[in-house]
Design a protein. Structure first.
Length: 152
C-alpha cells in the first residue's frame, strides 16, 4: 500500500514539473523577441536565395565572361583532391552582397529614425520659443509685482 502512495505522489510531482516546464517554454516562445527572430530568419533565408540566384545567374557569368570560363567551375586538383575554389569565391561574393544589403538596410533605418527625432526636436524648440499670450501676461504681472515689492 505504501508503495502505491509513493508512486502516485511521484507521478503527481512529475506532472507538476512537466507542466511547469511547458509553461516556461510557452512563455519563452510567445515573447516578442523570439517571434521577431523567427520572422527575421525566414525572411533572411528567402533573401539568401535571391542573392544566390543573383550571383549564380548574373554576377558569375559576367565575371566568367572575362576569362571565358564559368566562374563556379574553377577547380584546383591536387592528386585525388578536388578543391572547387570557384564555388567558394561565389559564396564569398554572396556573403559580400548580403553584408552590403544588410548595411544599407541598417543605414536607411538609422536615417529614418534620426529623421523622426529631428522633427520632434524642431517641434519642441518651436514650443519653447513661441510663448503663449497667457505666459507673456503672467511674466508681465510677475515683473510688476517685483517692482512694487522693491518700492514698498
Amino acid at each position: 500500500m505504501a508503495s502505491k502512495k509513493n508512486v502516485k505522489k511521484e507521478v503527481e510531482q512529475m506532472k507538476k514539473k512537466s507542466s511547469k516546464f511547458f509553461e516556461e517554454f510557452k512563455t519563452f516562445i510567445l515573447r516578442g523577441n523570439v517571434m521577431d527572430l523567427a520572422v527575421g530568419v525566414l525572411i533572411g533565408s528567402a533573401f539568401q536565395g535571391i542573392v544566390k540566384s543573383l550571383t549564380d545567374n548574373l554576377i558569375s557569368p559576367i565575371l566568367g565572361s572575362f576569362t571565358e570560363v564559368d566562374f563556379s567551375s574553377y577547380v584546383l586538383n591536387i592528386g585525388k583532391l578536388h578543391l572547387t575554389y570557384g564555388a567558394f569565391l561565389t559564396d564569398v561574393i554572396n556573403f559580400v552582397i548580403m553584408a552590403f544589403v544588410v548595411f544599407l538596410m541598417i543605414k536607411s533605418m538609422n536615417a529614418l529614425e534620426n529623421l523622426g527625432k529631428k522633427k520632434e526636436e524642431e517641434k519642441e524648440e518651436e514650443v519653447k520659443t513661441v510663448k503663449s499670450e497667457e505666459v507673456l501676461l503672467l511674466e508681465e504681472i510677475r515683473d510688476l509685482l517685483k517692482k512694487s515689492a522693491k518700492k514698498g
